[in-house]
Design a protein around this ligand. Sequence first.
Ligand code: GLY
Length: 355
Amino acid sequence: MSSRISRRNFFNKTVSLSTGALLLKYMPAFGAQNKGLMPIIVTSHANKTGQNAMEAGWEILARGGTALDAIEKAANIIELDPEDTSVGYGGLPNENGIVQLDASIMDGKTYNAGAVACLENIKNPASVARVVMERTDHVLMVGQGALDFAIKWGFKEEDLLTEKARKTWLRWKENQSENDVWGPPAHLREKAKLESYWEGFPEEEFHYGTTNVLAVDMNGNISGITTTSGWSYKIPGRVGDSPIIGAGLYVDNEVGAAGATGRGEDVLKSLASYFMVLRMKDGRTPQQACEDALEMIIDKYKSIGSDYLPGEKFIAINKFGETGCATMRRREKPKMSVMTKKGYIKYEGTIARPM
Ligand code: GLY
């Protein structure tokens, strides 16, 4: 449990600083740099894989392709990265060591959406979500039904647990409790040289994972994907915000698109992506909409007397190509990848800090 506890301790420390009202420290005008620079594609992934994904999506957009094709291509690249333990193949498994993926897609042009949850053995859940959207009259398919459906559509069943993810999970599993039989007994631990056993194993990791990919194409059509392996070591069957339209993703061609990463439970309760799109509809910039959604969640917790500070990162774009990105409870400012005809840029968003 070490990782989980240390996170909690860190969080409590952070929260204990917060005795009064929480204020968002607004950065100077942000996100308007891209205005009018359509097409545009963005992702919450700001690493090298995120950049590769943006470049691949951009190729489609630049030759007049659809936002839908561009986001699928980009999301697939992130899903297939075996080193990324938060999304698709290589994602950290549930508590039983089984990788269960959630993903959603929404097409602003057609007001259509598709999603899968608790999907096992398929490397590209975002593509299965697209087939649900385009080839069925359903929006959300889960578990075995989603897998059967994917196989019927020609998706290949594969083991998604990489060696890195399996070893990370094993390390977590052994550290969970003194009261189970994972790991040597305490009285033999010294002899078992437990620590040296872990040499060559990855460090224990814990996260909520997830990536969002949003785009506006040359015709002004907007689409989005959110895809994730979810909360690491989750209880089997747990579904997060990512496959829930309105929570982990929302798109409206008349307005823009928004997506969430981070602890899905807060996003599910707040329907944060729908909220962000509504805020943009009311005239807020994408940046303001992301910050508004964070404040909305803080306010809800304040209303029940809790100074809990959730750790989500939100991203948004509007139909004019403006961008936004904001988070809270992190030490570093959030970043997002943005690709326009000006090239690839890493944008730095804003962070909410307790006073
Ligand atoms: N945001 C991803 C999850 O909580 O599952």
